[in-house]
Ligand binder design. Structure first.
Ligand code: PEP
Length: 241
């Protein structure tokens, strides 16, 4: 199982250092923990994670190796600073920065060629779900966002229904089952037999155990609850229960 924390643009540096240290005090055998931090925190948080088995990741990277891209961060910079994985195609980046699946694929290719693993997010909006297009939307995002050249173990997929992110609404077991089964079939047919699929969207210590019983759920991508170390620990504990 994988439990990944997405801190987004939170919290302040001193709180972030304490949170990372708190993560390290708990051991969760059998769970791979990943921490996606804001870019300026990669170095200070790497120091806090030293000696732990928690992997460190960036929340985005540019599709080019270097150049005139003010404000952007390259995959190589993330790697130089201690990240081993990057989160790509999060719905907030797709919605607020107009990131297309084609761009996500270009970023994923650059990240992999640089030596990073990638976690690619996919998920439907409420309108797409209500019109019966949820699965088709997600399969199309996968088809375009995932470069076929990526090795299966360098890729993780996070299924995050957009309407469940930060809203307290969680997809039902039936909805998660349908989607994760569809994604699993797609992955197999595309040659990604060993790629893991995480669920994300308002996961917390109270709902995690049920979500982890669903077929083809290999863990969770956690936003809000990852900012409270006891909640993050509770989700990790549910992953091995
Ligand atoms: C996310 O942003 O990836 C996420 C899953 O957020 P939350 O857990 O807060 O819904």
């Amino acid at each position: 199982m994988i439990v990944a924390a997405n801190w987004k643009m939170n919290p302040g540096l001193s709180e972030a250092k304490k949170l990372a240290s708190d993560y390290c005090t708990a051991a969760h055998k059998g769970v791979t923990r990943i921490l996606f931090v804001p870019h300026p925190y990669i170095v200070p948080i790497r120091k806090r994670l030293q000696g732990s088995d928690i992997l460190l990741g960036g929340q985005d990277c540019h599709q080019m190796q270097s150049g005139a891209h003010t404000g952007d961060v390259s995959a190589g910079m993330l790697q130089n600073c201690g990240a081993s994985i990057v989160l790509l195609g999060h719905s907030e980046r797709r919605a607020y920065y107009g990131e297309t699946s084609e761009l996500v694929a270009a970023k994923a290719t650059m990240a992999f060629e640089t030596g990073l693993s990638v976690m690619i997010c996919v998920g439907e909006t409420l309108a797409q779900r209500n019109s019966g297009d949820a699965l088709a939307t997600v399969l199309q995002q996968l088809t375009i966002s995932v470069p076929v050249t990526l090795p299966t173990t360098a890729l993780t997929i996070a299924y995050e229904p957009v309407w469940a992110i930060g809203t307290g609404k969680v997809a039902t077991v039936a909805e998660i089952t349908e989607m994760h089964t569809g994604i699993r079939h797609w992955l197999y047919s595309a040659g990604f037999g060993r790629t893991k699929i995480l669920y994300g969207g308002s996961v917390n210590p109270r709902n995690a155990a049920e979500i982890f019983t669903v077929a083809h759920v290999d863990g969770a991508l956690v936003g809000g609850a990852s900012l409270i170390s006891a909640d993050f620990d509770g989700i990790c504990a549910a992953a091995v229960a």
